[in-house]
Design a binder for this molecule. Structure first.
Ligand code: MUC
Ligand code: MG
Length: 394
């Protein structure tokens, strides 16, 4: 490749795509996803796409689709126009200088840049990220309909289809004892045919976690995600030490930056990190957090923010470059949405997501679908989390 690949133009649009059913987390329920899709053009005519999705407006963390779009249009795009797109770490540093935080927004811009540069070179993105070590990854499905019968039906169907045999159950909205009953009933129904995990999304205090997680483990749960508030490293440390011989404690909201990762490693405050391209601020920063995990003998799990096939494929490319100490991935967002923005989705076979090869992230954007779901065309407004769905705790 000769000469700089100058970044010429960057655009960001918000899409509104309904989910196939309500998706209920501890902090509320959603019935649509609003990913921000970035398109980046290089001076050589090549173009790349990136995505940042979050959940329920600014209710998963501080960023929202609207803040992501604004940070990109007002600060991140102006920071990168005219820069050499080959120098991705320099681009990340320049974005950091112009704009603190806003990792979700930065991840979408970096993703689009990697896509455009990889397409210029005619290579799959994994070749720019250290090379693939996995051709596929076990794929988890999240049971979060809010109704036990629907959850059990979804699980059995996906087992029969050979698509999923890892099921993550969203808990924390009900009374803890009711969550134990809910998880136990699903576990009984699956009779050891699946791996069971739970995600509390920060809902419990340390004492509630210490009291009720052993009952979750007795029910058959082996991986416990973010049981306490993101700041509560002390409780994560205690749970990691006391439950570690029966289950793994996984940090999600607590582990965003490499510095967060170092703190959890030093404190021995989790067994696994949920990696998410959005919260780390891009694919290169995902590898930085994964490197801390590997050095600290901490496992990794390929997390999602319920992206379309674009963001899911980009995540699959970087997860494919990581080590063997993984617990699979949960890049099932495309299957939760009523439709997609790519011409062909990643394949799922024998319970594993197949890494798409081909230039860039190995998926092609369907521009008509971008138009169809564009918020400006549909005249929709910002969505907030539906708190009514979060059952009042005792
Ligand atoms: C989260 O907190 O893990 C991942 C799967 C899901 O259903 O929600 C996301 C966010
Ligand atoms: Mg989580």
């Amino acid at each position: 490749m000769t000469g700089p690949l100058l970044i010429e133009r960057i655009e960001a649009r918000i899409l509104d795509i309904p989910t196939i059913r309500p998706h209920k987390l501890s902090f509320g329920a959603i019935s649509r996803q609003s990913p921000v899709i970035v398109q980046l053009w290089l001076a050589n005519g090549a173009t790349g796409f990136g995505e940042a999705a979050t959940i329920g407006g600014p209710s998963w963390n501080e960023e929202s689709p609207e803040s992501i779009q604004h940070a990109i249009e007002a600060y991140l795009a102006p920071a990168l126009i005219g820069q050499d797109g080959r120098r991705i770490e320099a681009a990340l540093a320049r974005m950091d200088a112009w704009c603190k935080g806003n990792a979700f927004a930065k991840s979408a811009v970096e993703m689009a840049l990697i896509d455009a540069v990889a397409r210029t070179l005619g290579v799959p993105a994994w070749q720019l990220l250290g090379g693939k070590r996995h051709e596929s990854l076990p794929l988890a499905w999240t049971l979060a309909s809010g109704h036990i019968e629907r959850d059990i039906e979804e699980a059995h169907l996906r087992l029969e289809q050979k698509r999923h045999r890892i099921f993550k159950m969203k808990i924390g909205a009900r009374r803890p004892a009711d969550d134990v009953a809910h998880v136990s009933e699903i576990a009984r129904s699956l009779q050891g045919k699946a791996t069971l995990t739970v995600d509390v999304n920060q809902a419990w205090d340390g004492n509630t976690a210490r009291r009720f997680l052993p009952q979750m483990i007795d029910a058959g749960v082996t991986l416990i995600e973010q049981p306490v508030a993101k700041w509560n490293v002390e409780a994560l440390k205690t749970l990691t030490a006391t439950l570690g011989d029966r289950a793994s404690i996984m940090a999600d909201e607590t582990v965003c930056t490499p510095q967060d990762a170092m703190r959890l490693a030093r404190e021995q405050a989790s067994h696994v990190f949920s990696l998410k391209v959005a919260k780390h601020g891009g694919l290169l920063r995902t590898r930085a957090v994964a490197a801390v995990a590997e050095a600290a003998d901490i496992g990794w799990y390929g997390g999602t923010m319920l992206e379309t096939s674009l963001g899911s494929a980009a995540s699959a490319h970087v997860f494919a470059t990581l080590g063997a100490q993984h617990h699979g991935c949960e890049l099932f967002g495309p299957q939760l949405l009523v439709d997609d923005i790519v011409t062909e989705r990643m394949a799922i076979a024998d319970f594993e997501l197949q890494l798409p090869d081909g230039p860039g992230f190995g998926v092609e954007i369907d521009l008509a679908q971008l138009e169809r779901f564009d918020r400006r065309r549909a005249g929709l407004q910002a969505t907030h989390i539906d708190l009514g769905q979060a059952t009042a705790k005792a």
